[in-house]
Design a binder for this molecule. Structure first.
Ligand code: HMG
Ligand code: MG
Length: 315
């Protein structure tokens, strides 16, 4: 077993977003039984956190309109463990729906830019915080954990490059409102490694160290793994990823696939960083899901390993 290089964390938490971020952009509705099997297979593969769905307006994201049904189906298989699966809630209506069935982990999602706040949340940049404040307060009071996403942290398809100060301002607002972890999203995948280091450093300078951060990369320009490496060097140890590289945001022009879980696992294993995930089981899951979606996974690791047999080239 290799040892991680100097300055890299010994262990990383992979926060799996495939069933939510991965599927939310799919046009053809995936049957609820397939979604439930997707979630359980990912948990069985050792992924410690699997974000299951969103309690957003069903007209805004029709693919996830079955959120309550999915969680009921999962409860039949997973029992109380289902309550630990994070779900997105944009507003109090979403929180009510999530708390009504006892979910213990919710996530709000802010935008660092004005245009995306309007397009994704039908809110202004300033008003989104007023929308989230009672959600976070009530969730914490109910004993739930609240993650806060910030989108468009590197660039925005309508506004262009996004200033680091703007992202720090949005993130610190969410932390001040009480979120327990901040996930910084490169929604359209334009970020590069130096920018990642500078952003994490700016958060540390503002009092939010890397232990409070997660990084959420999309691989549009093929930079996601390089960006993860920059995040590791800056001390971040939670990374979002989507099985098979599924994903995109229905309200962000040019948001293509998320960083593939398999690509991340491959790199972490090579670096000697513990992650607890069974790569072969995730590849099999993504290959199975690709069959349901009718197109192959864009992940380089899935393409290399699917059908490669039992030999592990990293062993
Ligand atoms: P709105 O239309 O302004 O909502 O949408 P409203 O508050 O005016 O309410 C209108 C009606 O919707 C009301 O019903 C509400 O009850 C109902 P009526 O009285 O007319 O019968 N309603 C709801 N129903 C069910 N669940 C709800 C809900 N809220 C209101 N939660 C809203 C505002 C925020 C709801 C809408 O804009 C929305 O749902 N947006 C979600 C968009 C989304 O899910 N985007 C993708 C996730 S973000 C992402 O992918 C980025 C990320 O991955 C990180 C990254 O990559 O950067 C996280
Ligand atoms: Mg995303």
């Amino acid at each position: 077993m290799r040892q991680p290089g100097a300055g890299l964390p010994e262990r990383v938490t992979i926060y799996e977003v495939g069933p939510r971020d991965g599927l939310q952009n799919e046009q053809a509705i995936v049957p609820v039984a397939v979604k439930a099997e997707f979630v359980t297979r990912l948990l069985d593969a050792g992924l410690p956190v699997v974000e299951a769905t969103s309690f957003v307006h069903p007209r805004w994201v029709p693919q996830l309109a079955d959120a309550a049904e999915l969680l009921a189906e999962l409860t039949a298989v997973l029992g109380e463990r289902t309550r630990q699966l994070p779900v997105l809630v944009p507003n109090e209506r979403g929180l009510d729906r999530a708390l009504a069935i006892g979910q213990r982990h919710v996530a709000v999602f802010a935008s660092a830019t004005e245009t995306f706040a309007q397009r994704n949340l039908n809110s202004t940049y300033a008003d989104q915080f007023a929308m989230f404040a009672p959600v976070i307060e009530r969730a914490l009071a109910a004993g739930a954990d609240v993650r806060g996403y910030v989108s468009m942290c590197f660039g925005d398809p309508w506004e262009g490059p996004v200033a680091i100060e703007r992202v720090v301002q949005a993130g610190v607002r969410l932390l001040d409102l009480g979120v327990t972890q901040l996930s910084l999203g490169d929604t359209i995948g334009v970020g590069t490694a130096g920018h990642v280091g500078a952003l994490v450093g700016a958060f540390a300078a503002a009092g939010a160290g890397p232990e409070r951060l997660a990084l959420h990369f999309h691989d549009t320009y093929g930079q996601a793994l390089a960006n993860v490496h920059a995040g590791l060097q800056a001390g971040v140890s939670t990374f979002d990823a989507s099985a098979g590289g599924l994903g995109g945001c229905p309200y962000a022009k040019s948001a293509t696939g998320n960083l593939a879980t398999e690509d991340l696992v491959w790199m972490l294993t090579g670096l000697g960083i513990e992650h607890g995930v069974d790569l072969e089981a995730v590849v099999a899951t993504s290959t199975w899901m690709a069959g349901h979606l009718g197109r192959p996974s864009p992940s380089a690791v899935v393409r290399a390993l699917a059908g490669a047999g039992a030999d592990d080239p990293q062993a």
